[in-house]
Design a protein around this ligand. Sequence first.
Ligand code: FAD
Length: 372
Amino acid sequence: MQKRIVIAGFGDTGLLVAIHLGPGFEIVGISPKPCLVSGQELGTRLTQPDSWKRDYLMAFGRYKKLDGARIVHGAITAVDTEQQCVEVLAADGTSSSEPYDALLISSGVTNGFWRTSEIEDIETIDRNIGDTAKRLEAAETIAIIGGGATGTSVSANLALRYPTKNVHYFYSQEQPLPGYHPTTRDSIERQLTASGVYLHPNHRADLSRKTSTDSLTADPTHWSTGQDPFQADLTLWAVGNVTPNSAFLPSEMLDERGFVRTDRHLRVEGFQNVFAVGDIAASDVNRSSARNWGFQLVAHNMRALLRSEERAMKVYEAPPYRWGSILGVQDDGLKVFQPNGRSFRFPRWSIRTILFPLFVRRMIYRGMRPSD
Ligand SMILES: Cc1cc2nc3c(=O)[nH]c(=O)nc-3n(C[C@H](O)[C@H](O)[C@H](O)COP(=O)(O)OP(=O)(O)OC[C@H]3O[C@@H](n4cnc5c(N)ncnc54)[C@H](O)[C@@H]3O)c2cc1C
């Protein structure tokens, strides 16, 4: 009989693990969303929503290697490691129990309106993407708060897309992008200035004076670093206030912040047949296993475990600095920063001819069907 793998969270990494597990397993993916809603490239999602949807909002049926996998539209409410099963609340309100031989936790984090754990249908997802883009389009002065990749990407994309708007970017350090190589930080800082973004370093927002939990607000922002309050038509909060989607997990699996404790094989510490990958996994200081081919390594290690070849398991090694695309596809192509601070650019002409069709869709996702 085939071994059964349950994947808790079918976002960017859970879906990729399913694709890379290969044949010979019964795969059940649990997803609060009825399709892939990627967490990547918030800047282009907000400024070019139709183009973003073409690449990052994807029906599960388009992935050829998911044929045969069963995807349940719902959320996991509990995990019973003794009985080896998860409890699922489906989108239609029914509950069920899904047994597993091995469990993958890839439930990510909640991080503002763009990444949530709520059960949603496609109409709601689509409407929210469009409505948020329209609100930003209507605002004249926009403030973005938070120095990470999300805030940086949104600031640059808004300024490039809408050159007549006033885009003000606030962050608490001297430069944006902590965790990235110093050369990357210098380069992006220059690019933000060249794009027309007004940079406001050393501004730490006073969250205790924020009047709502929304990530888009219209009130003035106050600073705990002493500067005058700032009033924008719309303020986008990207302050890294991430909440791990781990409420359904036993507390023994979690660290003090609620992320899943993993060992060097990305296996959950103390649980022989449970693995974790992506933003939920406390794999390294940057929790970077969504990148660095963590999905391939976890797929390999789960295969090794289920084939009783544990000695073949590989070790996850994270680079000291974050890397990847920061601003997304621009008129001059896609710039990717490496862990050592160097960068390379896919020219614009190669994005639709080589990068997406060959590298992303054929090599990473192992084959996709065209959209309907
Ligand atoms: C191929 C690839 C390339 C990348 N490139 C870049 C890059 O260039 N630059 C960059 O900054 N980042 C990049 N990233 C990283 C990316 O921005 C995020 O780190 C990534 O989206 C996180 O993936 P995830 O699967 O951990 O979380 P998510 O994609 O958020 O998926 C988690 C899913 O679990 C669901 N979930 C939550 N609770 C439950 C529950 N109780 N039961 C079931 N499901 C639940 C969520 O709703 C969500 O659907 C890349 C990632 C990948 C995979």
